[in-house]
Design a binder for this molecule. Structure first.
Ligand code: HEC
Ligand code: HEC
Length: 288
């Protein structure tokens, strides 16, 4: 309803301006149409302009970590959820952006105050401020994670849990809400990747696909490959046993683009449970 009303009003304004031009044009034949148009759009879209400025400043300074549209980009959290771990007032966000967050990857910046304010307007324009606020319970989410959903059996958080899936200690610092929801509801949609050696950015990438090996004696083992080269493969099976296997002793090694994580459908995890689990995951910004 709202956008329609606004466009309608804009049309009225344009119509009024047009009439004004025509009248003015007839009265003063030497004057061009452009000056009138500039005045109209200039005052109407002052904040739109600021949001646009904020968007391009964001792209240049922040998108490397927070993603092009601020939905989280692998190194920095989603900034569009409307939930702020470090303070939600303009003043608090201003402080975060200008001073950074010591002890995290979030750097301070030396862009002008007016530019920082433009970035905040841009971020505010992305937040779902008009959505009715649904109560979210992080503590309940944590209880489900370590309780009935048994997520911890495959995931480590701050040193606690299993190792079949990726460590989630910092997942909230880099993933968007929609990515987290997809990861739980449809694990096969996008498989996680990680570095085998976190200290070597040029090292091998670990893809969490499903690997099945058949040994020369006919034994089948499936799990996640923690490392693989021409001669060997390290396989973590579903019981979290690590197998170090030499390829010369294997019949076959098969990779399938499939997650070892079960899809948590609404029957297993209803929407309210999912919301609280995601709220818990978003709050995970610890150090690995
Ligand atoms: C080098 C990567 C990096 C860059 C560049 C970066 N950030 Fe961040 N930012 C982070 C990380 C990581 C966090 C999460 C810190 C934490 O909570 O552990 C963060 C957190 C934030 C937060 C706090 C979110 C909250 O929940 O309260 C805001 C706001 C923010 N960044 C805005 C920006 C803006 C605006 C820019 C550009 C001027 C920017 N960041 C540039 C990595 C980055
Ligand atoms: C049987 C083991 C297993 C269980 C149980 C499990 N996961 Fe996973 N999870 C995985 C594996 C393996 C991956 C990596 C492959 C993929 O992307 O699905 C994964 C990936 C993820 C990711 C993506 C992480 C990233 O950064 O890419 C999230 C988030 C996640 N799981 C959350 C959960 C939650 C929440 C639960 C409980 C509701 C859960 N998992 C239960 C094995 C499991």
């Amino acid at each position: 309803m709202r956008p329609y009303v606004r466009t309608f009003r804009k049309h009225c304004l344009v119509a009024a301006m047009l009439t004004a031009w025509i009248v003015a044009g007839m009265a003063m034949p030497g004057r061009g149409n452009h000056s009138g148009a500039a005045v109209a759009s200039g005052s109407e879209t002052a904040t739109q302009g600021q949001i646009r400025e904020g968007a391009s400043l964001f792209r240049a300074n922040c998108s490397l970590c927070h993603g092009l549209n601020a939905h989280g980009g692998g190194r920095g959290p989603d900034l569009t959820s409307g939930r702020w771990l470090h303070g939600s007032t303009d003043a608090a966000i201003f402080r975060t952006v200008s001073q950074g967050l010591p002890g995290t990857e979030m750097p301070g910046s030396n862009i002008a105050d007016s530019e920082t304010r433009a970035i905040i307007s841009y971020l505010r324009s992305l937040s779902p401020s008009s959505k009715p606020g649904v109560a979210r319970d992080r503590t309940r989410g944590k209880r489900i994670f370590f309780g009935k959903a048994a997520c911890f059996e495959c995931h480590m958080v701050s040193g606690e849990g299993g190792g079949l899936g990726p460590d989630l200690t910092r997942v909230g610092a880099s993933r968007s809400e929609s990515y987290l929801i997809d990861s739980i509801r449809e694990p096969n949609k996008e498989l996680s990747e990680g570095m085998i050696d976190p200290n070597n950015p040029y090292g091998n990438v670990l893809v969490y696909d499903s690997v099945t090996v058949v040994t020369r004696t006919g034994e089948r083992i499936s799990g996640v490959s923690k490392n693989e080269d021409t001669f060997s493969v390290q396989l973590l099976d579903r019981n979290q046993q690590l197998h170090l296997l030499l390829k010369k002793n294997l019949e076959s090694v098969t990779h399938e683009r499939k997650s070892l994580m079960p899809a948590y459908t609404t029957e297993i995890l209803n929407d309210a449970d999912l919301r609280d689990v995601v709220t818990y995951l978003e709050s995970l910004r610890g150090t690995q």
